[in-house]
Write a protein that binds this ligand. Structure first.
Ligand code: ADP
Ligand code: MG
Length: 728
């Protein structure tokens, strides 16, 4: 297929790029980092002292901004944006689509006398109005009551997005309905951050009465695939679903274990430099890049930041990666499972709590056995996971992640915590009130000339666990690569906040029995650990024995998304979120509705496309090939080689048999899809798509993939796995 290789000749990125980020080549990163962000330095420069302090007070202490301050900030922000070439501004928000949304307005206005001016007021900075009914609202908005508002979030800095022909000031914002219900992913995240900050502060005061503020930190690692754009465009499934619905595994996949950390292909590393420059200019502190396990799979990670900003930055990175890949005639695929038979992509969420004075509450320190503050936060997070494993599972569920979780290359659907042997021993001795020398394991002496000895880490790593503890943070590994991290982070913050409140209440109860605060804390901690022990698992989470063991321990193992979502609507969940002021019942119901609708729509699209690709692409190619074989048989018989024609006849028979199976399954697929579509009740519709429609994809694919192996390569209509995964 000429289209496949032609694309590779068409590489012409960034010639005469006038954008700021396109011209930072060879400069030290510190020179251009955050240059298109209204950061502290710019704020100081563009605002009067009073307004600067008002804004800082809002960012650091959560003070509300008054209209007067907002007016000053607006003028400063406008001047800064204009000085950097921006003509337009927009609130930049995160509706329940999981993507970002924007509506640009220009600074340009006409004054009373018809003179052109550039203006931007505090009111415009704070609030914009949208048509709320055009976004998914799960029933919270109706088309005749559509008003929705976006409201500026001062805690996440404004930035300028550059296109080749102009620049736009983007102002991070929340999105709510007329009644004040959240219609986005940022509002609940901010509320959950507030909840966990407050609860953690109350507990940390036991150890440090002077503590001022606590923040949750998040460092995500983003996995993605890169594919040549023309090959991508020739695959309707990648184009419309972000994943391949067909494709025989290439003879070589990841068996050689030779891709992880291997040399990055030049074309890809060029693309990485380019998108990272865009990210860095926008203040995303990206630091790490490497090849991942599967062919053409890569990862990038920034330094961690406070959870709200980190979440915004991940959304921004996903947009940028997409835009910049296109500039390089590549496509970045962030779907959880784009290719069968090789690893899928996740987004590991490294999460911790720290004081604003710089103390990480999850840092074990030199001797965790004697670090009661660490043990308190460590054990309470474990308890939160134990108490809400089902909800945490729901928070990472989507159609894409279902193809990945439990596929023996990703954390399974059973949520458990890995502590590592060292901390496990620390916990054991703490439980039994024994002395345990938990100091660092010391030096690893290699007995090698010239090579330095190294300090051993406290924990091993466990890549099979969905929620391992690594060094000084928990790493939520089960999160899907394509999702907005706000949702799982909202759940994590909330369940930890809730647990910390419960813990504090129990300690206060216990203090009625003893004067000794430390003793009271230890007594309650031991109770909490005992109650939560079942969620700790340090073995291999991929092993089938774990599934049996987890069932014995009563840990939920929810396989499909529509079933996982049930957790959102249990009375326990509603109480949890209402108690912590993160969601009300209506908001939860709305989110449930949106999530199930999205799940159904995605499987529905895949089902339609499976049918179309089979009928319009694969079957005609097979028939054409079969006709060639038939001509060949006729020819052989004509010249008297009857026996020799038998080989081709076998192929003809195999094609016929497989086409027959394929047609039968396609019939079943159409029927089950129509039945699922007709199902009125939402949960039943989700379950029908999960349990009757989706399983047919594999059956159809098995026939089609087998046909791919026998049909003439020149006739096969879809670029093959080896081309998608090994050409770069
Ligand atoms: P890995 O070896 O796990 O792949 P990476 O370097 O790819 O590690 O990513 C680790 C991520 O964890 C980075 O985003 C890093 O900033 C983040 N991280 C490190 N320490 C903390 C912490 N205390 N809290 C939150 N995130 C952290
Ligand atoms: Mg990593």
């Amino acid at each position: 297929m000429s289209i496949r290789s032609e694309s590779l000749l068409n590489i012409n990125p960034n010639k005469q790029d006038k954008r700021f980020s396109g011209n930072v080549k060879d400069k030290p990163i510190s020179e251009y980092y955050s240059r298109l962000v209204f950061n502290d330095e710019s704020i100081k420069k563009y605002l009067m002292k009073e307004a600067y302090e008002g804004l800082r007070n809002a960012i650091e202490n959560g003070q509300k901004i008054d209209l007067k301050t907002a007016d000053f900030v607006a003028v400063g922000m406008r001047n800064w944006a204009i000085d950097h070439g921006a003509t337009h501004y927009t609130h930049w928000f995160q509706p329940l689509t999981g993507r970002t949304a924007e509506k640009h307005d220009s600074f340009f206005k006409l004054d009373r006398h018809g003179n052109p001016i550039e203006a931007f007021s505090g009111k415009e900075l704070i609030k914009q109005e949208t048509d709320g009914s055009s976004f998914p609202s799960g029933g919270l908005r109706e088309t005749h009551r559509a008003r929705g508002y976006t409201i500026w979030d001062p805690s996440s800095p404004a930035f300028i997005m550059e296109a080749k022909h102009g620049k736009t000031l983007c102002i991070p914002a929340i999105f709510i309905s007329y009644e004040g219900d959240s219609l986005d992913l940022k509002t609940p995240l901010l509320k959950s951050i507030h909840a966990v900050e407050k609860a953690a502060l109350e507990v940390e005061k036991y150890f440090d009465p002077e503590v001022k503020r606590i923040v949750p930190n998040l460092g995500w690692e983003q996995e993605y695939f890169v594919v040549d754009e023309a090959l991508y465009n020739a695959r309707p499934d990648l184009l419309l679903c972000g994943r391949t619905l067909f494709g025989n595994a290439s003879a070589r996949g990841q068996q050689l274990d030779d891709h992880y950390f291997a040399q990055i292909p030049e074309r890809v590393v060029d693309f990485m430099h380019d998108f990272e420059n865009d990210c860095l200019t926008l203040g995303i502190p990206i630091t790490t890049r490497h090849n991942e396990v599967a062919p053409n799979q890569f990862e990038c990670a920034p330094n961690f930041e406070t959870a709200n900003i980190a979440a915004d930055h991940n959304q921004l990175l996903m947009s940028i990666i997409d835009l910049v890949a296109k500039r390089h005639n590549l496509r970045a695929i962030i779907h959880e499972k784009p290719f069968a038979g090789i690893n899928g992509s996740g987004k590991h969420n490294n999460w911790s709590l720290a004081t604003t004075a710089g103390k990480n509450l999850l840092s074990p320190g030199p001797n965790p056995s004697e670090n009661l503050s660490f043990l308190t936060f460590f054990i309470n997070v474990i308890a939160a996971i134990n108490n809400h494993a089902g909800l945490l599972r729901a928070s990472i569920s989507n159609a894409g992640n279902d193809y990945r979780l439990g596929a023996n290359e990703a954390p399974p659907a059973i949520i458990s915590v890995f502590t590592g042997d060292h901390l496990s021993n620390v916990l054991k001795s703490f439980m039994n009130d024994e002395n345990f020398d938990g100091t660092n394991k010391g030096i690893l002496d290699l007995n090698l000339e010239k090579i330095a000895n190294i300090q051993r880490d406290d924990t091993e790593r466990n890549r099979t666990s969905p929620f391992p503890f690594t060094d000084n943070r928990f790493e939520f590994r089960a999160v899907g690569s394509s999702v907005n991290v706000s949702n799982p982070m909202t759940v994590l913050n909330t369940i930890v906040a809730d647990q910390l409140v419960i813990f504090k209440n129990r300690v206060e109860e216990e203090r009625k029995n003893t004067e000794d605060l430390e003793k009271a804390i230890k007594t309650v901690l031991r109770q909490v650990l005992k109650e939560s022990n079942d969620v700790i698992f340090n073995g291999n989470n991929y092993s089938p024995d774990w599934v049996i063991e987890a069932e014995k321990r009563g840990l939920p193992n929810i396989k499909s998304t529509p079933e996982a979502y049930d957790e959102y609507l249990t009375q326990e969940t509603i109480d949890l979120f209402e108690r912590n002021h993160v969601f009300n019942r209506n908001e939860l119901q709305a989110r449930y509705n949106v999530a199930v609708e999205e799940y159904c729509a995605k499987i529905d699209i895949e089902a339609r496309l499976v049918e179309e690709i089979s009928k319009a692409h694969i079957i005609p190619a097979c028939v054409q090939h079969q006709n060639k074989l038939i001509d060949n048989v006729k020819g052989l018989v004509n010249i008297g080689l009857k026996d020799e024609a038998e080989v081709q006849k076998d192929s003809i028979r195999e094609i016929s048999q497989r086409l027959k199976n394929l047609n039968q399954y396609l019939g079943e697929l159409r029927k089950s899809r129509l039945e699922a579509e007709a199902e009125d009740e939402m949960r039943a519709r989700g379950v029908a798509f999960a349990n009757t429609v989706k399983p047919l994809f594999d059956k159809i694919r098995a026939e089609a993939d087998a046909l791919e192996l026998i049909v003439d390569d020149r006739n096969w209509p879809l670029p093959k796995y080896r081309e998608l995964l090994f050409l770069h």
